[in-house]
Ligand binder design. Structure first.
Ligand SMILES: [Zn+2]
Length: 109
């Protein structure tokens, strides 16, 4: 493997780790606010207008950024906590990825 393809592979793994971490962080945020049963049952809704959120309003970090932290319809505030949990999940995903890659390189000698 060339240096360039190794760097591209590492970058892809880091992005994948960040995305996975953000999704896990997002789910953890839902469990925190609605409990395990609530998180596994029913779709997410706006606390302002009680409208069920569409898939594109549920993309971790990106939806918050695109909508400016507010409901797309009633403009109710989403709450920064959701974003913080998703960002923390993404950061944890990157750290885990780097740890796993580092360990794999160490074991490979
Ligand atoms: Zn709303």
């Amino acid at each position: 493997m060339t240096g360039t393809s190794a760097a591209v592979l590492l970058a892809l793994l880091i992005v994948l780790g960040a995305l996975t971490g953000a999704v896990i962080g997002s789910f953890a945020g839902v469990v925190r606010s609605r409990g395990w049963r609530g998180a596994l049952r029913g779709r997410s809704h706006c606390v302002g207008c009680h409208r069920t959120l569409r898939w594109h309003e549920l993309v971790p970090i990106a939806s918050y950024a695109v909508q400016g932290g507010r409901c797309r319809v009633c403009r109710a505030e989403i709450g920064r906590e959701a974003l913080v949990v998703e960002l923390a999940g993404a950061a944890a995903g990157v750290l885990v990825t780097l740890g796993v890659v580092g360990l794999a390189l160490l074991l490979a000698g």
